[in-house]
Design a protein around this ligand. Structure first.
Ligand SMILES: [Fe+2]
Length: 388
């Protein structure tokens, strides 16, 4: 009894991995909601019921052995694939993910958590469409992590030793969490000395009406050098040009797939915004960087693009850490062509350091072991002879 149950469990894990991978991959692409939403529903149904249906259609009969025919061969092949995914690929990927070490350019990481539901009570909830989900007891949607990172990108100019950057993304203004909840976060940020740069990595609104929140909320943030913003895929559905106008009114430099050379502490820096793949074409850069290149990219899927384009520091959002993170396994649904690979954290290759934040909110206000996140970075010069 135990062995068949174990085999069935492995088979189902492989089956779920197969369909979740393709759901993640498709959600990382520039596809319409009219396709993606039914596909997500179909994926849920197939994961929940597909395996018993396939077994039933397989027509295995202990009296007469395994059936023959094209359909039975296809089902057999699919079962073998699921066994491989469930018994080999999934455990190996899980071990690799658990053992992953951050890049050498990450020197320090520390997080403090603020439970704003405890502090604000029902004032945190607001009037969004899914507000009842937000109040479920396990939901961490109102608990905010304030993460401090110390990074040493290899080509950091001497004058930027100690430069601070505040990274925020994925506001998804639509009513829940409430405006009061966001105000409380920005008040908390305002108690700290202003950073040199404020970077907003997209997904500002999930409703036309909530574009009105952009100026009064994001206009509260202060900086000493410059504030930068780009749009995300959710902004595409709410008159993106009007979102850009609001951001400019709030004082931000909106880098829509463009590059601007800006002096920061007197040193030129190429600031780049990458809104691809949702707002094509992506930015076109000269092959070799003449200065430090700082890129704000909504999705971390542009990591390889960043390596090829000599980017030094790439700041991203979009994937929300997966929003639901299971013990040991981690994230499940991550809208990325790389599936769960860049779901959150710091990644590096060559001269590139990429920081992926979990964002502040989401269209569906549900989070489990994956708090909203505010990231404050301090950049340090690498020590001679090695990073850090
Ligand atoms: Fe988002």
């Amino acid at each position: 009894m135990f062995l068949p149950a174990l085999l069935l469990a492995i088979l189902w894990i492989g089956h779920a991995c197969f369909w979740t991978f393709w759901l993640n991959n498709l959600y990382g692409r520039r596809l319409t909601k009219r396709f993606l939403k039914p596909w997500r529903l179909l994926t849920g149904l197939v994961i929940a019921s597909g395996l018993p249906l396939l077994w039933w259609s397989f027509e295995y009969d202990p009296q007469h052995g395994f059936p023959v025919g094209l359909w039975s061969s296809l089902v057999s092949f699919y079962f073998a694939l699921c066994m491989l995914l469930g018994a080999v690929v999934f455990p190996i990927v899980t071990i690799i993910r658990l053992r992953r070490r951050p890049p050498a350019s990450l020197l320090k990481e520390a997080t403090r958590t603020l439970d704003l539901r405890a502090e604000l009570g029902d004032h945190a909830v607001g009037d969004g469409y899914y507000r009842r989900i937000a109040t479920l007891p396990f939901n961490g949607v109102f608990r905010v992590d304030f993460t401090d990172l110390v990074l040493a990108p290899p080509r950091l100019p001497q004058a930027w030793d100690g430069l601070t950057i505040l990274l925020l993304s994925d506001f998804h203004f639509h009513g829940t969490p409430s405006r009061v909840w966001f105000e409380r976060i920005f008040d908390k940020i305002a108690k700290e000395p202003p950073p040199d740069l404020v970077v907003l990595a997209g997904d500002f609104v999930d409703s036309d009406a909530h574009r009105d929140w952009i100026v009064p909320l994001l206009g509260r943030l202060k900086w000493t050098e410059c504030g930068i913003a780009i749009l995300g895929n959710h902004d595409e559905h709410h008159e993106p040009e009007r979102v850009r106008t609001e951001l400019k009114q709030a004082g931000y430099r909106v880098l829509s797939n463009t590059m601007e050379t800006v002096a920061i502490r007197g040193v030129p820096c190429e600031l780049i915004g990458h809104e691809g793949p949702w707002f094509p074409p992506g930015p076109l850069l000269a092959p070799d960087a003449k200065t430090f290149r700082l890129c704000v990219s909504h999705t971390p899927d542009n990591f390889s693009w960043g390596v090829c384009n000599d980017i030094d520091l790439m700041l991203c959002g979009h994937v929300h850490g997966g929003q639901i993170r299971l013990p040991i396994i981690g994230s499940i649904f991550v809208p990325s062509v790389y599936s769960r690979r860049y779901d959150m954290g710091v990644f590096g290759y060559g001269n590139l350091t990429m920081v992926v934040g979990r964002g502040l909110s989401g269209k569906e206000p549900i989070r489990f072991r994956c708090n909203p996140q505010v990231i404050r970075m301090t950049l340090k010069r690498p020590r001679p002879g090695g990073v850090g």
